[in-house]
Design a protein around this ligand. Structure first.
Ligand SMILES: C[S@@+](CC[C@H](N)C(=O)[O-])C[C@H]1O[C@@H](n2cnc3c(N)ncnc32)[C@H](O)[C@@H]1O
Length: 157
């Protein structure tokens, strides 16, 4: 498929085999077609490796973080369970939303967190404050038992 952006004519032409369609560049349809390619190119380049949240690397695209914030704000959850902590940025992200909302806690689970990252996560003032105010408690006992029996994941908080 070809996408031809003509900024002078303000059109987007989508050519797919024999079919061709031209639509206004500044339209919802054009925005969606261009956005889809933007996301695909960004993911294939690993663009999500370029961001951090409160000092921790976060493997997310900024647009997704805004959407996640909208979900958390609208649901106002008591608990957010994050499967896949990696270097801690997204856990920090969710913890900061809980802090701002004044409610909620985050339980992060990962099978492997590099020791230096784990140390940095545990030292981080946001999480330290959350932990001391019991906003981020230890994982439920049943989870630890599940982990032991399945051997698949390691609760880290
Ligand atoms: C893409 S990274 C997470 C990125 C993080 N959420 C962020 O936004 O910065 C995926 C993580 O999932 C973890 N993971 C993958 N499979 C898992 C499993 N079965 N149990 C626990 N953790 C798992 C990996 O160890 C890795 O750290």
């Amino acid at each position: 498929m070809k996408l031809i952006i003509d900024t002078a004519a303000r059109t987007l032409t989508t050519a797919d085999g024999a079919s061709e369609r031209t639509q206004p560049l500044y339209s919802k349809e054009a925005w969606e077609a261009i956005s889809l390619q933007w996301v695909r190119v960004g993911w294939s380049l690993g663009a999500y490796y370029n961001f951090s949240w409160f000092g921790r690397p976060i493997l997310q695209l900024p647009e997704d973080l805004v959407r996640l914030q909208e979900v958390v704000y609208s649901l106002q959850p008591d608990v957010i369970v994050e499967t896949g902590v990696y270097r801690g940025g997204s856990m920090m992200f969710h913890a900061s939303l809980c802090q701002a909302l004044g409610k909620g806690r985050v339980i992060g689970i990962d099978q492997r967190i590099p020791p230096a990252d784990r140390e940095a996560i545990e030292r981080h003032p946001w999480l330290h404050a959350s932990r001391s105010s019991k906003a981020i408690p230890s994982p439920p006992k049943s989870w630890i038992e599940w982990r032991r029996s399945s051997g698949r994941a390691r609760p880290c908080w």
